[in-house]
Design a protein around this ligand. Structure first.
Ligand code: SF4
Length: 373
């Protein structure tokens, strides 16, 4: 990684702290002609900029749909990027006068919100899913718009996990350090730095290694682990500073209060730490296949970002091969033409596809639903 790449990442992380909406509409990349591919994304500034970077060297049309300034995955999951937004940008951007074909590449992570069948019915445009990660777009285009199996799965590499942690940690650090400086002086303020950073970064960094069984226990164990580490590092720093000049009990109390407040950040369930808000309390939901309805179209397999589903060659039906990897994004349920997938709560209630399509009940929206008796 070059110094410039590193600086670019720092810049992206800082800009990520202030998300705002990019202009919607048509963006030419290179010198696109009437046969150039058309790709769609949402109008989160960072996404649009990264799309342009990923597509540098290609001639293509980029359609920026109104995702309300939110990244594609969260927008689709929260009901902020749907087929209505795709249809709207196709009709209003002028793309239909610029190209001779009617093919559009949709981001796979929009599958929770966008139903391609409705786009085709209303516009005549045929869609295909692009790769899950925009870094794979160049290879996707070079292969003639074919997605490799591995391009469908989402990973959360260390660099990105640290980036997200920094987006959470920097503002909290600023607030905590200022408050502590006011309450307890500079020693407490300095001590809060390792506490905050450890508490925020720890869970993100450790995500892949924390497959410790049921989600509630996993959350509790990992939070307790990092809380202990954060408190240990912070108190150790404070002790070191206090060895130079004695710390007051008020300072120690202030540290405790701030740490408790910080712990509540993730408990609030606002980070990717939580698979989905449908997994509420002690009544988590799991993905379920109604075998009689499955006709083996495999539309669900093509949009699952976690490699949960696969085709069973012998039976010509889909199988739920890795249920524990499911993050309840709902993409497979929305895309199944036969409504053969659904969520089942531990208590036995089920949430069928029409409800999922209507409510888009996960990530950003923080929605829960009442399951009919
Ligand atoms: S199986 Fe789970 S992770 Fe995969 S698409 Fe369906 S809900 Fe999302």
């Amino acid at each position: 990684v070059s110094l410039l790449d590193g600086l670019g990442s720092v810049r992206d992380i800082v800009l990520g702290l202030f998300p705002h909406r990019a202009a919607t509409g048509l963006v030419p990349i290179g010198s696109p002609g009437p046969d150039a591919p058309v790709l769609l994304t949402g109008n989160y500034t960072l996404t649009v900029r990264r799309m342009k970077k990923a597509l540098a060297g290609f001639d293509a049309w980029l359609l920026v749909a109104n995702s309300k300034g939110i990244n594609v995955w969260c927008a689709a999951g929260g009901g902020h990027l749907t087929h209505h937004d795709v249809i709207s940008v196709i009709r209003t951007s002028g793309i239909e006068t610029r190209v001779e074909h009617r093919d559009i590449v949709l981001p796979q992570l929009a599958a929770t919100g966008v139903e391609p069948k409705i786009v085709t019915e209303r516009t005549g445009w045929q869609s295909r899913w692009g790769p899950a990660r925009l870094e794979d777009l160049p290879a996707f285009l070079e292969r003639g718009q074919r997605v490799r199996k591995t391009d469908r799965f989402m990973h959360f590499p260390l660099r990105e996990r640290l980036g997200v942690a920094a987006m959470w940690g920097v503002p909290m650090l600023a607030v905590a350090a200022s408050l502590l400086a006011w309450l307890g002086g500079w020693r407490v303020s300095v001590s809060s730095v390792p506490c905050v950073l450890t508490l925020v970064a720890g869970p993100f960094v450790a995500l892949p290694w924390l497959g410790l069984g049921p989600q509630a226990r996993r959350r509790f164990v990992s939070l307790a682990l990092f809380a202990t580490a954060g408190i240990g590092v912070g108190v150790g720093t404070l002790a070191l500073l206090s060895a130079l000049t004695p710390a007051s009990s008020a300072e120690m109390t202030a540290v405790g209060l701030i740490l408790a407040a910080l712990l509540s950040v993730d408990i609030a369930g606002t980070t990717p730490w939580y698979p989905s808000t449908i997994n509420t309390g002690r009544n988590p939901a799991t993905i379920e296949l109604v075998e009689d309805r499955c006709t083996g179209s495999a539309e669900c397999v093509l949009v699952c970002p976690r490699d949960v589903l696969a085709m069973s060659g012998r039976r010509r039906k889909v199988e739920i091969r890795r249920p524990r990897q499911c993050i309840q994004c709902g993409a497979c349920i929305v895309q199944c033409p036969e409504d053969a997938l659904r969520f089942r709560y531990r208590s036995g209630e089920v949430v069928e596809a029409p409800t999922i399509r209507r409510t888009r009940m996960n990530m950003v929206g923080r929605r829960t639903i009442v399951v009919p008796e």
